[in-house]
Design a protein around this ligand. Structure first.
Ligand SMILES: [Mg+2]
Length: 309
């Protein structure tokens, strides 16, 4: 940001219009598809009209999703990246975002500046243009991002297409996301999603935000199928226990299903910059989720995961 930052200690020194002015300057570089960005009553965007438009939003609240003790750039990254992850989970590419911030006037200006710097960096990395937003006074920091994405009609993947016999995969190790700081620096799996939808046609896909067990269960319910996963196949982050890999949440890896034929082809591919781990199989019964321990018989998995209320 410009040298005028140093004049401000707190947000209240800057005021809302000052902030909008600063944010606008920061995001003024021309981006494809943006006819008008920040600075008018709405943004004006050019759409690729044969695409499907994907639209998502996510809100982070101080004290619930983050604290002021966490690295502010990481908080900014997360605010954008959770939305990018949802677009990836549908088979799309992220495009345009609006960012709304609620904050107390007493907030130290460098904190807001760094949150915003984190957002901008991640937005730029993934080709997302920040085209508008709003700022309001609020008792704690609230960050809301709404993100538009697009996908070719044939690439859109829902949660409801998994069929008995399909194989289940994830894109990375699971568990201890909060403890390891992964939740503030995870990489939304857009590259993997694009590769999969173009080459393999996943039958169902979701990003793991609530935990492997809970999110796989969303797929099972929507697709009206069951599943068996194998403990020995579930990739675990660092020292994560099985329980943490199943229920920790905020992993932001993709979970997807492939027909046996596509699964076989994917497993034979030698890929340098992407990882896919097969963790189990979709079954026809509707008895929900089962797990096969390293030793012993398959057993029903009691659902655990993060629930908001
Ligand atoms: Mg999701």
């Amino acid at each position: 940001m410009s040298d005028r930052d140093t004049r401000f200690k707190k947000l209240s020194d800057l005021g809302e219009f000052g902030l909008i002015d600063l944010l606008e300057k920061e995001t003024r570089s021309p981006v494809e598809g943006v006819v008008k960005g920040i600075g008018d009553d709405t943004a004006v965007l050019r759409c690729a009209c044969r695409s499907r438009v994907l639209f998502t939003t996510d809100m982070l609240v101080e004290g619930i999703h983050f604290t002021q003790k966490m690295p502010p750039r990481g908080i900014g990254h997360k605010a954008i990246a959770v939305n990018i992850s949802d677009i990836a989970a549908m088979g799309g590419s992220p495009k345009f975002a609006v960012v709304s911030l609620g904050m107390p006037p007493s907030i130290p200006w460098p904190l807001i500046k760094d949150i915003y710097a984190g957002m901008r960096k991640t937005a730029r990395q993934f080709g997302v243009a920040i085209v508008g937003g709003d700022t309001v006074k609020s008792p704690q920091i609230v960050i809301n991002v709404a993100l538009l994405g697009e996908a070719r009609p044939q690439d859109v993947v829902g949660r409801d297409g998994a069929r008995a016999g399909d194989e289940i995969f994830v894109t990375g190790p699971l568990g201890r996301s909060l403890e390891s700081g992964w939740h503030l620096k995870f990489i939304p799996r857009v590259k993997e999603s694009q590769y999969l939808v173009q080459k393999f046609k996943p039958t169902a896909m979701i990003d793991i935000s609530d935990g492997l067990a809970a999110d796989l269960n969303h797929v099972l319910k929507a697709s009206r199928v069951g599943a068996v996963i194998e403990e020995a196949l579930i990739p675990q982050r660092g020292r994560a226990q099985l329980k943490e890999a199943l229920g920790g949440g905020e992993d932001f890896e993709l979970l997807f299903t492939l027909s046996p034929r596509h699964a076989d082809t994917l497993r034979k591919r030698k890929l340098k910059n992407m990882s896919f781990y097969r963790i189990g199989t979709i079954t026809s019964d509707r008895k929900g989720l089962w797990i096969k321990p390293r030793d012993g018989k398959e057993q029903a998995l009691k659902l655990s995961g993060y629930t908001h209320f």
